[in-house]
Write a new protein. Structure first.
Length: 282
């Protein structure tokens, strides 16, 4: 199967591998980018495709938390075509209106949210002469002592919403800042989906099987090495393994902060504008 330059470039952007290596991997997998990534990783050409693929998009990611009750929050990403428009007051006003609509109506799906905000998008297109897209959203609810924290970086280029087990004052923002800076995929190793772990296991087993230094090792030892590899790789994508953004020494992890303060991160959503994702509302 012939693969396009666009496919090769997309794979290179995600893995950092050479153009010819990307072309061979895509040809071998009939253009399946995810399988091609696995092949490159198995060969050691790409360390990991841990971060989501990027798409050409500008816009804003905005968080709204109920000021009165603090028990309801929403995070929304709206895309536009140019950075000039994304920084304009009209676009900011439009995005805030979209956020308010989603916050008030609580749509269950992205399709429903698009339907509810269709008039807003039509009016914005007419007014600003640019195409706009409701990219994704998430609505979180808190109960009892639970609270929310949020942080936005780069004038709304990256935003995070966290749900915490209790109020931690400066930790509410600090933990949200950590989500923004660390870009975690999971809360902890235990929360990683089974399919993600199975994918990593397959890659690690292939690596171990093809490592001549391990050829004479017993199967049980090899499997232990596989498990350690997977735990390490998934751990690197976990929030509890991330260094807390506001730690003066830059050494304490979120897990340590949780242990010291008794604050538990229950959920989080992180949106980086233009980044492909499978988040809630996607």
């Amino acid at each position: 199967m012939a693969v396009s330059i666009a496919q090769i470039k997309s794979l290179q952007d995600r893995t950092g591998a050479g153009l010819m290596d990307c072309k061979r991997a895509l040809t071998e997998t009939d253009g399946d980018e995810e399988r091609a990534i696995d092949i490159l990783r198995e060969k050691g050409i790409a360390k990991a495709a841990a971060k989501a693929a990027r798409v050409a998009a500008e816009g804003l990611a905005v968080v709204k938390i109920c000021q009165k009750c603090g028990k309801k929050a929403v995070i929304v990403e709206v895309n536009c075509e140019t950075d000039f428009v994304s920084g304009s007051p009209k676009f900011v006003e439009f995005v805030n209106a979209v956020v308010e609509k989603i916050y008030d109506e609580e749509p269950a799906t992205l399709e429903e949210a698009k339907s509810l905000t269709q008039i807003l998008f039509t009016d914005a297109t007419v007014a600003m002469r640019e195409n706009f897209v409701l990219r994704r959203f998430a609505i979180l609810k808190a109960e009892g002592d639970e609270v929310f924290g949020s942080y936005s970086h780069g004038n709304g280029r990256v935003s995070a919403l966290v749900k915490l087990s209790k109020d931690g004052d400066e930790y509410n923002k600090g933990l949200a800042m950590t989500v923004v800076s660390a870009s975690p995929r999971y809360l902890n190793i235990e929360s990683a989906p089974a399919e993600d772990r199975e994918r990593e296991l397959a890659i690690a087993r292939n690596e171990v099987a093809n490592d001549p230094k391990l050829a004479s090792k017993p199967d049980a030892v090899k499997e232990n090495i596989v498990v350690r590899k997977v735990d390490s790789r998934i751990g690197d994508l976990c929030l509890d393994h991330a260094v807390y953004a506001l730690d003066p020494e830059g050494t304490k992890t979120v897990a340590q902060i949780e242990k010291e303060t008794g604050i538990k991160v229950l959920d989080f959503v992180r949106y980086a504008v233009g980044e492909a994702s499978t988040e809630k509302g996607e």
